[in-house]
Design a protein around this ligand. Structure first.
Ligand SMILES: Nc1ncnc2c1ncn2[C@@H]1O[C@H](COP(=O)(O)OP(=O)(O)OP(=O)(O)O)[C@@H](O)[C@H]1O
Length: 326
């Protein structure tokens, strides 16, 4: 099991100099492992897979192919940023898959949260498998496994391993950051030149906005989640809360309420704001967001987001609520 244990001699990566040293070592190690063979990586645009992508681009350049799946459940601007950073700036081989209709069609009418998650996970594997089959001569699969993944779930984290790929698509693994803690991954990401918005991105659930569009997902309500989330993030950044609050997002439930706009009755959705802090995600406290800021966010969401006439603030710590609503 030595392969799965962080060497005791390994210094905590806290400075750019230590990050550079780590990058140089890993570039050499990846080159030695991969040789002139081809590597595949599922690139979400999250911190872990982005850092692995940047590291591998440095090590093996065009021998790496990144696959980014836009399943329609990503935050506003994320798919565009993946294309901009990796294809345009880093000149990577990037396969961008527009699978929005495919996912949303599969999810139509499905209200049960567990079933939604399963459909999203299974469809992701299917899309990734199809893309992998189109490519020739791939021998390695790179993954953004980090040390907490190993500590929490043993050597293989199911979804990190793009778990569920058929037997004939089992590749040898390249996991250059598997002994790093999250803070170290961020230091390395910065040293690799990734933008701060990627390196310091707040945690985001695997099924994405799908679990914040409560019940059966509809395109218009999903758009309301995406747009209100973008406004919340923008306002938090403007008021110095970005990087201070652990996680903040919006939720749109599947019921409507009566409102009034321009002297006429409306019947629209509410948007729920959630902003929490946690150390270990086992418990969480609610951020004490200044009331004037909440009012400003409310004004923007009710005027800018289509189909929304109310804004609510979730005051519930964990327990009794979980961080996400589904
Ligand atoms: N939309 C996507 N397109 C391509 N790959 C994805 C996508 N979503 C997830 N993945 C792959 O699945 C892995 C695990 O996804 P998960 O959502 O659990 O993120 P994570 O563990 O926080 O990692 P990351 O920081 O890379 O997003 C990612 O590292 C990535 O390789």
């Amino acid at each position: 099991m030595a392969d799965h244990k962080r060497p005791e001699s390994m210094e905590r990566i806290t400075t750019p100099a230590l990050a550079e040293q780590f990058i140089a070592e890993q570039v050499a190690a990846v080159r030695a492992q991969v040789g002139d063979k081809k590597v595949l990586l599922a690139l979400s645009g999250g911190v872990d897979s982005s850092v692995v992508a940047a590291l591998l681009i440095k090590a093996v350049g065009k021998q790496l192919t990144c696959v980014h799946v836009n399943h329609g459940l990503l935050r506003k601007g994320e798919p565009e940023q993946v294309v901009e950073v990796f294809r345009n700036q880093m000149d990577a081989n990037l396969v961008y898959v527009d699978a929005v209709d495919r996912f949303l069609d599969k999810l139509a009418g499905v209200a049960d949260p567990e079933t939604k998650r399963k459909i999203i996970g299974a469809e992701f594997i299917r899309v990734f498998e199809e893309e992998a089959r189109k490519l020739e001569g791939i021998e390695f699969l790179a993954q953004g496994t980090i040390y907490p993944d190993i500590l929490e779930s043993g050597p293989v984290k199911a979804h990190h391993n793009v778990g569920g790929l058929p037997e004939d698509l089992q590749f040898a693994l390249v996991e250059p950051v598997k002994f790093l803690f999250k803070d170290e991954v961020r230091v390395v990401g910065k040293a690799l030149g990734l933008p701060d918005s990627m390196v310091f991105r707040q945690p985001f659930p695997g099924p994405g906005l799908g679990v914040r569009c409560l019940g059966a997902i509809t395109r218009d309500r999903l758009e309301a989640v995406r747009e209100s989330d973008a406004i919340l993030r923008e306002e938090f950044a403007k008021h110095g809360l970005e990087g201070k609050v652990w996680q903040y997002f919006t939720v749109v439930p599947d019921f409507k309420s009566t409102g009034v706009r321009d002297n006429a009755r409306t019947f629209d959705w509410p948007v729920i704001l959630r902003a929490v802090n946690t150390v270990d995600a086992m418990t969480a406290t609610v951020e004490d967001v200044p009331f004037p800021l909440l009012q400003e966010i409310t004004a923007r969401i009710t005027s800018e987001v289509k189909g929304v006439n109310r804004v609510l603030f979730d005051l519930t710590p964990k327990p009794s609520g979980t961080i996400e609503w589904e």
